[in-house]
Unconditional design. Structure first.
Length: 105
């Protein structure tokens, strides 16, 4: 596990020692307290991204699995703007009336 004090500095020193050679990946990862897989992944990211690989990354998903389709959102918002006094039940009934839109509960 990377030390919490200076994660970026730790990663950069790991990369410097790794690129300098002199010790095996197993020894190097053991001295930093990380798995070999983490060491190899950091080295691979360095080769593609350069020194930016040491920055912290967001853990948020890139895609929301249950997001509503943009076309459906556009239909719902458009109908809501046409009929601002309608509630969700009436909007849902109007959208599903012809069967072209299928909404789950």
């Amino acid at each position: 596990m990377w030390k919490t004090g200076g994660v970026e500095a730790e990663k950069l020193s790991f990369l410097a020692l790794s690129l300098a050679g002199g010790s095996t990946m197993t020894q190097l990862c053991a001295s930093f307290g990380i798995s070999r897989q983490a060491g190899y992944e950091l080295l691979a990211r360095y080769r593609t991204e350069g020194l930016d690989c040491a920055r912290s990354r967001s853990r948020a998903p890139h895609v929301q699995a249950r997001a509503t389709a943009a076309e459906l959102v556009e239909l719902m918002v458009g109908l809501r703007l046409e009929r601002p006094s309608w509630g969700p039940k009436k909007l849902r009934a109007r959208l599903t009336m012809d069967g072209s839109v299928r909404l789950s509960v």
